[in-house]
Ligand binder design. Structure first.
Ligand SMILES: C[S@@+](CC[C@H](N)C(=O)[O-])C[C@H]1O[C@@H](n2cnc3c(N)ncnc32)[C@H](O)[C@@H]1O
Length: 301
C-alpha cells in the first residue's frame, strides 16, 4: 500500500522525520501508527528498526503491508501509551533511540460513520479508539451524565463557551427521546452555536473524544515513559492538534529541561523547538486538517 493509496494523509511527515534524524541500526518507536505514514517514512530514511503501536485494532491491516515490505525491521502491536512499559518489557527492549507521536484521531477513524467521531457523518455516538477495552461511549455520557458533569466536560476539554446552554439543551431533549446518533447531537448543538469558521459541534465532539479515550492522561503517560526509555541524544517528536495537548507537552519539556532540573542524577531534555513548527501553506492547501498542527521536539541529554 503506497502513501497515495491511504485515506490518512500523514501530517508534516517530512518535518517529523527530519527532526527525528533516524540512523542505521537504531530503534524507533512510532506510538501512533494509524495507517503507518510516519513508520514508513522512518524506515525508508535509514536502515533502522521501527516498533509501532496503536490502540486501534484497525491499524493491523496497514501494519501488515509494512511488515511484508520491511520484514524484521518493522513490528506492530495493538497497545496504548499507558501500557508501553509492559509492552517494552515483554519485547525485552530497554532503550529507544527516538519516538514519534501524532496525537488525536486519524482520517480513517474520523471518516468511518460507524465509529461516531464525526459530526459530518451520521452514526452511533461511540467515539472509542479501542472498542474492545474501552467501555465508556459518547452515548452513555450524553444520555446518563448530569447537566453539571456535561457542562464541565464541554468547558474543560472542549473550551466550549456555551457549555452550560448546550448541557441544558441535551438534558431537556433526552427527557423526550434518547440521543443516539451523531446527527441528533450535532443538531442540538447547532441550535445554540453559530461559529463562523468552525463547525458548531467541533468543541463538544473534541471534549467527548478526549474524555472517552482519556487522551490527556495517555499523553502524560507517554511523556513520562519517554524520559525513562530514550537513550542519550534520542529525540521525542510530537505533533498535536489542540491547545490542551500543546500546553501539556510544552510544560513537560520545560519542567524537565536542562535549565530547570538541578539534580544531576535525573533524566532531562534539551528543547529543540523553542517555538512549535507548523505546516507549510502548501500542506494546509492539500490537507486542511493539518491547519491546527503543532510540532514540538526535545532531545534527551
Ligand atoms: C493522527 S493518527 C496517526 C496517524 C499516523 N501518523 C499515520 O501516518 O497514519 C493517531 C493515531 O493514534 C492512535 N492513538 C491515539 N491515542 C493513542 C494511545 N493512547 N495509545 C496508542 N495509540 C493511540 C489512534 O488510534 C490513531 O490511529
Amino acid at each position: 500500500m503506497q502513501t497515495d493509496q491511504l485515506s490518512h494523509f500523514p501530517v508534516m511527515v517530512n518535518e517529523v522525520v527530519s527532526c527525528l534524524e533516524p540512523k542505521k541500526e537504531k530503534i524507533y518507536l512510532d506510538c501512533t501508527f494509524g495507517q503507518g505514514g510516519y513508520s514508513r517514512k522512518i524506515l525508508e530514511s535509514a536502515e533502522c528498526k521501527v516498533c509501532a503501536i496503536d490502540r486501534d485494532i484497525s491499524s493491523y491491516k496497514y501494519a501488515k503491508t509494512l511488515s511484508q515490505k520491511f520484514n524484521a525491521r518493522f513490528t506492530f502491536s495493538n497497545t496504548k501509551f499507558s501500557d508501553l512499559h509492559f509492552f517494552l518489557h515483554k519485547k525485552n527492549i530497554k532503550a529507544i533511540d527516538g519516538m514519534v507521536l501524532d496525537l488525536g484521531v486519524s482520517n480513517t477513524q474520523l471518516n468511518d460513520p460507524h465509529r461516531g467521531f464525526s459530526f459530518n457523518n451520521n452514526g452511533p455516538l461511540d467515539m472509542r479508539m479501542d472498542k474492545i477495552n474501552t467501555k465508556l461511549t459518547a452515548e452513555t455520557i450524553i444520555n446518563e451524565y448530569d447537566e453539571k458533569e456535561l457542562s464541565d466536560i464541554f468547558f474543560y476539554y472542549g473550551e466550549e463557551r456555551n457549555s452550560r446552554k448546550i448541557a441544558n439543551s441535551i438534558v431537556e431533549f433526552r427527557k423526550k427521546k434518547k440521543i443516539d446518533s451523531t446527527k441528533m447531537l450535532s443538531d442540538i448543538i447547532q441550535k445554540i452555536n453559530k461559529y463562523k469558521f468552525k463547525h458548531p459541534a467541533t468543541r463538544v465532539f473534541q471534549a467527548l473524544r478526549i474524555v472517552i479515550n482519556e487522551e490527556l492522561n495517555e499523553l502524560e503517560e507517554a511523556l513520562k515513559i519517554s524520559l525513562e526509555i530514550l537513550t542519550k541524544n534520542a529525540r521525542i517528536v510530537i505533533v498535536c492538534f489542540h491547545s490542551l495537548e500543546d500546553k501539556i507537552i510544552k510544560n513537560f519539556f520545560k519542567k524537565n529541561s536542562y535549565k530547570n532540573v538541578h539534580d544531576d542524577k535525573k533524566n532531562f531534555f534539551r528543547i529543540i523547538t523553542k517555538k512549535p513548527i507548523t505546516p507549510s501553506p502548501e500542506e494546509i492547501k492539500i490537507n486542511p486538517r493539518s491547519k491546527s498542527a503543532k510540532l514540538r521536539v526535545a532531545e534527551k541529554i
